[in-house]
Ligand binder design. Structure first.
Ligand code: AMP
Length: 283
């Protein structure tokens, strides 16, 4: 596995590979890798000649009071996980190498980014879209895999790729969970034993919504209220949002009639976790 540390070397290497006719698949990540990331690497591995993983804790997607400084990092562990997963190239740039000090160009997706995580993390998706576009340019990906865990991010990236004609095929990777249902996340490391137990409320409240939906409930106010009440009963859990939105437009839905995304974010002290489920997925 080759490790590349500069954007220039990454782009040159990728362009050289493309000239030899090889397809490049990639998984952009912020590192501190877990089985969720590895599942995306497997998906990509099966569909490309050369597999590239990037590890970059992107400063432009963190707000001023967010966890950029404390975001977990462990490069040597990540390196061996990538090696085991059959990664050919690991792109691991310095933050200062990715953005010029006077960088002033941004990609702003203007429709899907406003609600859900965008409402409580202003500017977050502008940072995400900008860094993903830069990574596409540097890694020259034919396919890129993103996880359903970050459902809004995935839909925004698909929209950006469509709107701006990026020549990359986006694949969706299912959410990978711990045996007890907690969605894997690099941030789970920061949960205390009590918070780890409390964090099960995300999956459990989604289970509850799915059960009510299966029993015929279509009124989203009723579904949301169940989650509000559920989370309020969990010690140490603070609901950031629970939204029930159209799966394509991410606009709020009152009565469920088509594919619908249920997404929530919950804080446990300084740790903010997200999870989601899709109701009524078309066959
Ligand atoms: P991150 O390192 O958190 O920025 O995530 C990098 C990629 O891994 C994103 O596409 C995430 O959606 C995806 N991802 C993170 N956690 C999971 C998970 N538990 N299951 C599937 N994909 C995930």
């Amino acid at each position: 596995m080759k490790i590349i540390r500069t954007p220039e070397a990454m782009q040159k290497h990728a362009l050289d590979l493309k000239r030899t006719g090889r397809s490049i698949g990639g998984v952009p990540t912020m590192g501190f890798l877990h089985e969720g990331h590895v599942s995306l690497m497997r998906l990509a591995r099966a569909q490309c000649d050369v597999l590239v993983v990037s590890i970059f804790v992107n400063p432009t997607q963190f707000g001023p009071n967010e966890d950029l400084k404390t975001y977990p990092r462990d490069f040597s562990r990540d390196e061996s996980l990538c090696e085991q997963a059959g990664v050919d190239l690991l792109f691991y740039p310095e933050p200062t190498a990715m953005y010029a000090a006077d960088a002033s160009s941004w990609i702003d997706e203007a429709s899907l980014s406003g609600g859900l995580c965008g409402a409580t993390r202003p500017g977050h998706f502008r940072g995400v879209c900008t860094v993903v576009a830069k990574l596409f340019n540097l890694m020259q990906l034919d396919i890129a895999v993103f996880g359903e865990k970050d459902a809004q991010q995935l839909r925004i990236i698909e929209r950006m790729v469509r709107d701006l004609n990026f020549p990359v095929n986006i694949l969706r990777g299912p959410i990978v969970r711990e045996p007890d249902g907690l969605a894997m996340s690099s941030r789970n490391k920061y949960l205390s034993a009590e918070q780890r137990e409390a964090a099960l409320c995300l999956r459990r409240s989604l289970d509850n919504v799915e059960e009510q939906f299966a029993a015929g409930e279509r009124n989203t106010a009723v579904l949301r209220q169940t989650v509000v009440d559920w989370i309020a009963s969990v010690p140490g859990a603070e609901l950031d949002y629970i939204e029930v939105v159209d799966d394509r437009s991410l606009a709020a839905v009152e009565t469920i009639e088509s594919d619908t995304l249920v997404a929530l974010a919950v804080k446990f002290g300084a740790v903010r976790l997200i999870d989601n489920a899709v109701l009524c997925r078309s066959p």
